[in-house]
Design a protein around this ligand. Sequence first.
Ligand code: TPP
Ligand code: MG
Length: 312
Amino acid sequence: MQYKNTHLLSPGHRGCAGCGQLLAARHVVDALGKNTIVACATGCLEVTTTPYPESAWRVPWIHSLFENAPAVATGILSALKAKGVANFSSRQLERRLKSATPPVNTNVAVFAGDGSTFDIGFGALSGLWTRRDNILYVCFDNEAYMNTGNQYSGATPYGSATETSSANDSLGNDFFKKNMPKIAAAHNVSYIATSTIGYPEDIVAKVKKSLTFCGPRYIQILVGCVPGWGYNPELTIELGRLAHQSGHYPVLEIENGKLSKVMKVPAKRPQVEEYLKPQKRFSHLFKTDCGKEKIKQMQCLADQNVERYGLV
Ligand SMILES: Cc1ncc(C[n+]2csc(CCOP(=O)(O)OP(=O)(O)O)c2C)c(N)n1
Ligand SMILES: [Mg+2]
């Protein structure tokens, strides 16, 4: 029997072996389904999947600038509305279904990296949320500007070495990761969720659930980057799980402003150290007393997450 690949992100792209982002993107686009249009910001996802004149996408897909993917998505939505095929609110949809020509329900989504989301495209994203456009925004969070060689972003975790927060002259990144889900909540985003590539079923369920909400929706997925984080490719899923189970990366949902669900961590949860150890970006911390102190601080941050979000 011949194997027929039906994924909406097809193989043959140029992602690294073990790339968490490409794997997560495939789950996301499959969950969204064929009737989807994607605006994708500049970054690894775009570079690896669409070297001109090829494309690995089986849905309509538009490459935007680093800073304006949300505005491009709003333009797509406006065009669909003008044509009568955009994703409507449920009441509007009900009304239109009763009319002579039922509309096709098309999903509009933005796919972007953390650099685009947390920093450079943030102004446009804030605008999208303020306009309350019916758009799903998915941030593939590999915690640095990876496409250009691992520079620090607002999503880079405390202690991590990047090209611009080097382990040689410091103890890695001295800043704390921006809390984007909280920033989204401050914009009254209808549905906010986090996940990690350690939990593919969770990613699919959250994407599907997001489609039942009207207005802006934000999903942030932690995805390992093999060269940027410096780990063995077979550990992509394992690290995604350890990030959550140690309390380092809370997996949660915020529905209409309320923290509605969290993925619990095991009663005997792994220490943050277990998550850090297989990754070269944290290896400097294990070499000095100051570094070990920083690991303790990271454990404190994880403990705070467990307490704050009720993860046990
Ligand atoms: C305004 C602007 N600044 C810088 C760049 C160069 N640039 C292209 S992709 C990229 C990194 C993307 O980082 P991120 O959004 O985190 O996605 P990743 O590659 O990590 O998946 C940078 C800095 C650009 N294209 N436009
Ligand atoms: Mg990135």
